[in-house]
Design a protein around this ligand. Structure first.
Ligand SMILES: O=C(O)c1cc(=O)[nH]c(=O)n1[C@@H]1O[C@H](COP(=O)(O)O)[C@@H](O)[C@H]1O
Length: 229
């Protein structure tokens, strides 16, 4: 099985997105198309990434967050792209997550709990008092109860979330930084070793790979260090 890594293709133009997809695709299980690419290049970018990296799973990271009726419609709008993962914000509530689940016939609705860029002080500012773990656990339980098949949390919470939701739910962790990599705007980070040891199923890695002088080689080295189980 290929390395449990999703490379975030957050690129400034479609040519770069596809160059990265071709370079890293052979080494990893999954490629992530997010807001930067999707809002600029649309659905065609998803098909183009699939063509550039055949056989690799597609993670469509649109972080939907709206009233249930609107999220259901938005999910139907992209369901034909057949993403293996589609993100929604768990904070949109159980009815919203369920609306996405019902509108996505295949693939996993993937609920983002608390963004990995937020530290405890940021959460306090938006009215979520207490450690991030409390909110992450609460939102994880809510989302799984509403039918989400995957969750996004930081590697720091993954062990506690696993204990909460059991073995079947796919746990996805961004905020993964190999030792020595810059954290950038990520607040709750850990190494790939730690994330996997704590029970993560899929590591999302962007800049440590795509910002490397040779993204293909960076992905190859990361995949060799963390081969699929
Ligand atoms: O849903 C996500 O993928 C996501 C959730 C989250 O809490 N934090 C987070 O960083 N992400 C995404 O994961 C990727 C992380 O990229 P790097 O920080 O460059 O490794 C970006 O594409 C983010 O949009």
């Amino acid at each position: 099985m290929s390395a449990p890594i999703a490379v975030a293709l957050d690129a400034p133009d479609l040519g770069t997105t596809l160059r990265w997809a071709r370079a890293v695709g052979p080494h990893v299980r999954c490629l992530k198309v997010g807001l930067e690419t999707y809002l600029r290049d649309g659905a065609a970018s998803v098909s183009a990434v699939r063509e550039a990296a055949p056989g690799v799973e597609l993670f469509l990271d649109l972080k939907l967050h709206d009233i249930p009726n609107t999220v259901a419609g938005a999910t139907r709008s992209v369901a034909g792209l057949a993403p293996e993962y589609l993100t929604v914000h768990a904070a949109g509530g159980a009815a919203m997550v369920r609306a996405a689940v019902e509108a996505l016939p295949a693939g996993r609705v993937t609920a983002v709990t608390v963004l990995t860029s937020l530290a405890e002080s940021d959460l306090a500012q938006v009215g979520l008092a207490g450690p991030p773990l409390d909110a992450v656990r609460r939102l994880a339980v809510l989302a799984v109860g509403a039918g989400a098949g995957a969750l996004v949390c930081s590697p720091r919470e993954v062990a506690a979330v696993r204990a909460e939701v059991g073995p079947e739910v796919v746990l996805v962790t961004p905020g993964v930084r190999p030792a020595g990599s810059a954290a950038g705007d990520q607040a709750r980070v850990a190494t790939p070793e730690q994330a996997l040891a704590d029970g993560a199923d899929l590591l999302v890695v962007g800049r440590p790979v795509t910002g490397a002088p040779d993204p293909g080689e960076a992905a190859r080295a990361l995949a060799a260090a963390y081969p699929g189980r």
